[in-house]
Design a protein around this ligand. Structure first.
Ligand code: GAL
Length: 368
């Protein structure tokens, strides 16, 4: 009898351990980031990973070295590992069709993170207002050169845009170009290289050296004779880094050229302190991670009410069901955070986020 009771007790123990294990099995989140070669994605990857883990999820985090084929593989492995939800920042918005269909067939929801994936299997899009990012860059140049009151004065500008495979790149470029187009059309602004089409000014993979080489060529071909350049509109910080380097070594003139950027990368913030870059459009990616976490929780609970959900984030974010399409006619419900302008004059705004600290040397560093 004693033996029987202890057998029963042992069985009960095994069953209860099993019950706890099943009840508490954490949901698994696949986080697929494009590359570690650009600063921001390292921040996104670690913020997302930390946030989800702290909320009790299990995570798989991958970086695909800017190789679209590898990203497909990484996502397929996540599906094989039975993730419950995917968060993907696409290297190429059009290269994930097959794997997105595989996710849809397996019933796995997908959040397109920062960059839109152009496949209808995407459930939601979390990003910043990308057109506004470009607009802020264009408006910065417009105000700094006071283009509206130029009268007979003329100014010279060049453009550097992002990766054509990244759906964001066109939004950034158009946002900036649309502000400046009127001034180009009426002759107030000249683009000496004549390169004003997105494809002409684009930078594959947002690569710093590619941007540097193109800028160096333009400076050698069109500005070596002393032609003055007033501004170089760069879509982001990795390209601005290359352009600033080319200006430093190859620009014949002595004026300070306005250089725009985006992201608030540490090297670019140093360039802003040193006067080699003028502004960056800052996007708080910690907030982007927070929004993604809250959205994922609502999706897994099967209750996403976009309008209501944005009110719970505690950060400035719009719910937008019109602006982004995954394919012709299919709108993707989007959560769009708000970007801001950072210059030498308001670097302390970054310190106030808690994500940066001001070093004794006057340069910003990432907070520990
Ligand atoms: C964009 C992103 C930017 C920038 C760029 C290069 O998609 O929105 O913040 O980092 O990629 O990585």
């Amino acid at each position: 009898m004693k033996k029987f009771v202890s057998l029963l007790l042992a069985l009960a123990l095994v069953l209860s351990v099993f019950a706890v294990a099943t009840a508490e099995a954490p949901k698994k989140i696949g986080i697929s980031m494009p590359t570690q070669s650009l600063e921001r994605w390292n921040r996104d990857g670690s913020y997302l990973d930390e946030q989800f883990k702290a909320a009790g999820f299990e995570t798989i985090l991958t970086y695909s070295d800017n190789d679209a084929g590898r990203q497909v593989n990484d996502i397929q492995n996540m599906l094989a590992d039975e993730v419950d939800l995917l968060i993907i920042a696409a290297i190429d918005g059009e290269a994930l069709n097959t794997v997105m269909d595989e996710a849809a067939n397996a019933g796995i929801p997908v959040i397109s993170y920062d960059r839109l994936i152009l496949n209808d299997a995407v459930s939601y899009y979390v990003s910043f207002d990308n057109y506004t990012v470009g607009k802020l860059q264009g408006q910065y140049v417009e105000t700094a050169l006071d283009l509206a009151n130029a009268g007979d004065k003329t100014y010279v500008i060049e453009f550097t845009a992002g990766d054509p495979a990244d759906n964001n790149a066109g939004y950034f470029f158009n946002g900036a170009y649309d502000v400046l187009k009127g001034y180009i059309d009426n002759g107030t602004v000249k683009v000496t290289s004549g390169q004003t089409a997105f494809q002409e000014v684009a930078t594959a993979q947002w690569n710093t050296d590619t941007a540097l080489n193109r800028a160096a060529n333009i400076l050698a071909s069109y500005y070596a004779d002393g032609t003055v350049l007033d501004a170089w509109v760069c879509s982001n910080d990795s390209t601005a880094l290359g352009v600033a380097q080319a200006i430093e070594s190859d620009y014949a003139g002595s004026n300070t050229i306005i250089v725009t950027g985006q992201d608030g990368d540490i090297a670019n913030l140093a360039n802003i302190v040193d006067g080699k870059q003028t502004m960056t459009v800052y996007k708080n990616v910690m907030n982007e991670a927070v929004v993604t976490l809250e959205l994922a929780k609502a999706m897994l609970a099967g209750e996403v009410n976009g309008e209501e959900l944005v009110k719970t984030f505690g950060v400035d974010c719009a719910y937008d069901t019109e602006s982004y399409e995954t394919s012709e006619g299919t709108k993707c419900p989007s959560f769009l955070l708000v970007p801001s302008v950072i210059t030498k004059d308001n670097l302390n705004d970054l310190v106030a986020t808690g994500l940066y600290v001001m070093g004794d040397d006057g340069y910003l560093k990432a907070a520990e």
